[in-house]
Design a protein. Structure first.
Length: 445
């Protein structure tokens, strides 16, 4: 399965249409190679705020026309983000597009977009900023948002500025007061790009004061505040993959993670297992008996379940651990609008508490864990009995058939839970899991 294909057909059609409709826009940073290749799959475009909804409509219409699905979106007070994918001929074509409506930071306008649109250049019939203007955009963006300018951008900023010095100097003086503007220009001329980070307090002050005088700052800051404090609580997606050992689940999840990370919508290339690294499993707690630490947890059925007291402690600990993990660490990731992926979750304990040696009545454990906050989507990966037994010798046939029955019952007990049968080739399995994930995320967005 090839997953690193750029959505060139979508980009070509999109740029053609917004050019045809005279949309004011400019592609920011790393546009060399567009629309056929790019350094990353992230395309940043600043648009005139008055054309934002029209541009968004054109993008989604073009995506639908070329058979793409929207699997992730980002609605902030300064941008709209979209991740679009298409599964075709065992290839995944994808792109992430961020539409910035003007240049804003914490509700403040840090650069007049009209200055950029009045001096546009073209690259492969795509509108891009003047190189001198691009230098200032990069400086202010990275100083304000990242609080630093990565060394890999130093040469680009310097060359863009000095090779287009008249335009660079003009936009700096139109944007900042003389003293601050001269300081920016002098540091760039001397190729002291790193020292621009020290100007962050002055740049912040100048941006806020200018916005207070010229914009509806209270209104725009309030919008920013609402987005950051309240709207982020509804962002992000939690996906859990469950299934019996030996069904090929982890192999299939890997291709999903590779795609999500390439698009920047998941930050961790390795999915968490049951709990995040911030919440230890019971056997990793300080003071845990040595025999627990030495147990082979890749073979959960080689040990017997514990007695009533020990099982009660295990059940209580894991219930609180999953709750704590969800309310603190998963929530934090979701607030940054990530797709958070778990390769095994408490859904596996609902099916089979004995895998962590809980010997309590299964219906009791099931009822307790079903009261926890649910994943947004749960995918159950199953395979044929003989196929699993060949991979997992410690499982008896009777135990496996019991597990398969319970996993098949799980969609009746949980919303947004889907069974995927991994009974063909690896390529067929990857295609099936990607299609299922795309379809669910597309409905969600």
């Amino acid at each position: 399965m090839k997953i690193d294909c750029l959505a060139s057909d979508l980009l070509t059609g999109f740029f053609h249409e917004i050019n045809h409709q005279n949309i004011e826009y400019a592609v920011l940073r790393n546009y060399e190679g567009l629309p056929y290749k790019i350094k990353s799959k992230d395309v940043d475009i600043v648009v005139n705020p008055t054309s934002l909804y029209k541009t968004e409509e054109i993008l989604l219409h073009t995506a639908k026309k070329f058979g793409y699905q929207l699997i992730w979106s980002n609605h902030l007070d300064y941008l709209r983000g979209f991740s679009l994918v298409k599964l075709e001929n065992n290839k995944v074509f994808s792109v992430k597009i961020d539409l910035f409506f003007g240049f804003k930071w914490h509700g403040c306008t840090y650069l007049n977009h009209d200055l950029i649109f009045d001096n546009i250049n073209y690259y492969n019939d795509i509108k891009v900023p003047n190189k001198g203007h691009e230098a200032l955009i990069m400086i202010v963006y990275y100083v304000l948002y990242a609080k630093r300018i990565d060394e890999k951008y130093h040469d680009e900023i310097y060359n863009n500025a000095v090779n287009n010095f008249e335009n660079f100097q003009a936009i700096v003086h139109k944007t900042f007061k003389n003293k601050l503007g001269n300081s920016i220009i002098d540091r760039v001329k001397e190729n002291k790009i790193k020292t621009l980070e020290k100007l962050r307090p002055q740049i912040k002050k100048d941006v806020v004061v200018h916005s207070f005088k010229n914009d509806f700052l209270i209104k725009t800051y309030l919008k920013h505040f609402i987005t950051e404090v309240f709207d982020r609580n509804n962002m992000g997606t939690l996906i859990a993959f469950s299934g019996p050992d030996g069904a090929g689940k982890s192999t299939l999840v890997k291709v999903v993670m590779e795609l999500f990370c390439s698009l920047g919508i998941s930050h961790n290339p390795i999915p968490d297992h049951f709990l995040s690294n911030n919440v230890p499993s019971l056997h990793k707690l300080p003071g845990a008996p040595k025999k627990y630490a030495e147990q082979d947890y890749t073979k959960p059925y080689q040990t017997k379940t514990t007695g009533f007291f020990n099982s009660s402690l295990r059940t209580t600990y894991y219930y609180l651990a999953f709750l704590f993990d969800r309310l603190l660490f998963i929530k934090k990731k979701k607030r940054s609008n990530q797709i958070v992926v778990y390769d095994r979750y408490y859904t596996d304990l609902i099916v089979d508490p004995s895998r962590i040696r809980i010997g309590l009545k299964k219906s009791l454990v099931r009822k307790l864990f079903l009261s926890l906050p649910k994943p947004d989507f749960t995918f159950i990966i199953l395979a044929e009995v003989d196929q699993i037994l060949n991979r997992k010798e410690e499982l008896s046939k009777d135990k496996l058939q019991e597990l398969l029955f319970e996993y098949n019952e799980l969609p009746k007990r949980m919303a947004n839970c889907e069974v995927i049968n991994n009974i063909g080739s690896l390529q067929e399995g990857q295609t099936n899991i990607l299609k299922s994930v795309f379809d669910k995320l597309n409905k969600f967005n």
